[in-house]
Design a protein around this ligand. Structure first.
Ligand code: ARG
Length: 474
């Protein structure tokens, strides 16, 4: 990209000197906002169509503009259009190229609009499209989780609190917890999409324009629900971008927590799961290594998404009304986040789909642990021992088992009776993994019947989300 040493700016009329070379570098957003080009062109065509409908442009002029903009888009798609710093931003670059191509008709395009309403419109359309894409990608991830959960209905593992073995769980139940997290993300991106549906175009620089523009017609053509209600807010509003980033922060925290768990679970210490070779890499020195790099990088990028949210929030919080040039940099936070999610989300969907769980190892870990101690305390409580006392008694027996390297079920009835006369032979049926799960009868819990109900609910919700995501892509 070359800087311009002539006075070749649309706004040069009022100036005696050209902008400083360093200021041009500071000022230009063309290095990144070229990504808005398809939206800018679409919005310009809708704007010009409306201008011709209200008699500001002739039908011929509109025809030239529409054709010219189509050609500019094609040139850009082929990479034939070289930008220079004097173009400043994508809006100017497109308009300049249009004027080069079609002459005077092109110079009329910027009637009744400003770059302020233009950029807000382009960005809202861009964010709307990204929300749609993330919603489809979320469906893929939810499908993978659902499929693995369905396959894991007989697999038992120890559940953890404080990363200490706590109580036995069904693998399905564990995976459905992630399903819930990503289901909420789906709702959040739906709401973020909803926040993009008010159209800024027609607000002009901030005060409205001196023409009978038909904003509703333009809004309809561009897929907005309606034009914004207040032209000042239209150009100053970036809530939709912040809503998008807030949804992205939640999602990337969830992706990161899943990744962190897979990193632990795929370690030799846990050995609960194997991540496909496709998402791992080797060490340049240690031939035996298989590192969970994809998970680690997804975890790292969640930090960047959170920083992007913080960045835009800080950028916006001190701005007076209406448009301020600071807002030009809103796009950096949005684009970086989009690029992260466009990889992390479909990658995680495929990685989950291809996970190989080690059911034998999980079961052994549940058996080795004292994950049934709560059930043992409940056994005494059911026999009239107050729960607090029962807890203490089982605690002492656990202590004894640790010292003697035994499990609760290995103790003899005589040893149990030393602690409480309430023990009888039925105790040995209680300290059993399957029996423990069967006793988890509460809604949402890990009991097999409750997990079956959760799976059914998940299937219904998945079908509904798939329907929504598909309808939004039309
Ligand atoms: N490149 C600018 C942006 O992204 C466009 C709006 C510029 N408006 C202005 N009055 N200089 O925000």
């Amino acid at each position: 990209m070359e800087s311009s040493d002539n006075n070749d700016f649309f706004w040069s009329g009022r100036f005696e000197k050209p902008p400083h070379e360093l200021f041009q570098q500071l000022n230009a957003s063309i290095t990144y906002d070229w990504r808005l080009a398809p939206y800018d062109i679409q919005a310009s065509i809708a704007h010009a169509r409306m201008l011709s409908a209200i008699g500001v442009l002739t039908t011929e002029e509109f025809g030239e503009i529409e054709l010219g903009l189509g050609q500019v888009m094609a040139e850009m798609a082929q990479g034939d259009l070289a930008f220079e710093l004097a173009d400043e931003d994508i809006h100017t670059a497109i308009e300049k190229r249009l004027i080069e191509k079609i002459g005077d008709a092109g110079k009329k395009l910027h009637t009744a609009r400003s770059r302020n309403d233009q950029v807000a419109t382009d960005l809202a359309m861009f964010v709307r499209d990204q929300c749609r894409q993330h919603l489809s990608d979320l469906v893929l991830l939810l499908e993978s989780l659902y499929n693995q959960a369905k396959a894991g209905v007989d697999v038992i593992l120890p559940g953890y609190t404080h990363l200490q073995r706590a109580q036995p769980l069904l693998l399905s139940h564990h995976l459905l917890a992630y399903f819930e997290m990503f289901r909420r993300d789906f709702s959040r991106f739906g709401r973020a999409l909803g926040a993009t549906l008010s159209m800024p175009l027609g607000a002009g620089a901030l005060a409205g324009v001196n023409y009978h523009v038909k904003r509703s017609d333009v809004a309809k053509e561009l897929g907005f629900e309606q034009p914004g209600a207040n032209s000042i807010d239209d150009v100053a509003n970036r809530d939709f971008a912040l809503d998008y980033l807030a949804a992205a922060v939640n999602l990337s925290i969830h992706l990161s927590r899943l990744a962190a768990e897979l990193i632990l679970w795929s370690s030799q210490e846990f050995d609960f799961v194997e991540i496909s070779d496709a998402f791992t890499s080797g060490s340049s020195i240690m031939p035996q290594k298989k590192n969970p790099d994809a998970c680690e990088l997804i975890r790292a990028r969640s930090a960047r998404v959170a920083a992007n949210y913080q960045g835009l929030a800080s950028l916006l919080s001190s701005l007076p009304l209406a448009y301020n040039k600071d807002m030009q940099e809103d796009k950096m936070y949005v684009f970086d986040t989009v690029d992260i999610l466009l990889i992390a989300l479909p990658l995680t969907a495929e990685m989950v789909e291809t996970l190989k769980f080690n059911a034998a190892r999980m079961r052994a870990a549940a058996e080795e642990s004292f994950a049934l101690a709560t059930d043992a305390a409940d056994y005494l409580a059911a026999r009239g021992v107050p729960f607090r006392d029962a807890h203490r008694i089982i605690g002492r027996l656990v202590r004894k088992c640790i010292d003697e390297k035994k499990k609760l079920g290995d103790l003899t009835l005589a040893e149990l009776r030393l602690e409480s006369p309430k023990f009888d032979d039925s105790f040995f049926q209680v300290v059993d993994l399957e029996a423990s799960l069967e006793r988890k009868i509460s809604e949402g819990g890990t009991g097999p019947a409750r997990v079956a109900a959760q799976l059914e609910l998940a299937a219904n919700r998945l079908a509904e989300m798939r329907r929504v995501a598909e309808a939004l892509r039309q």
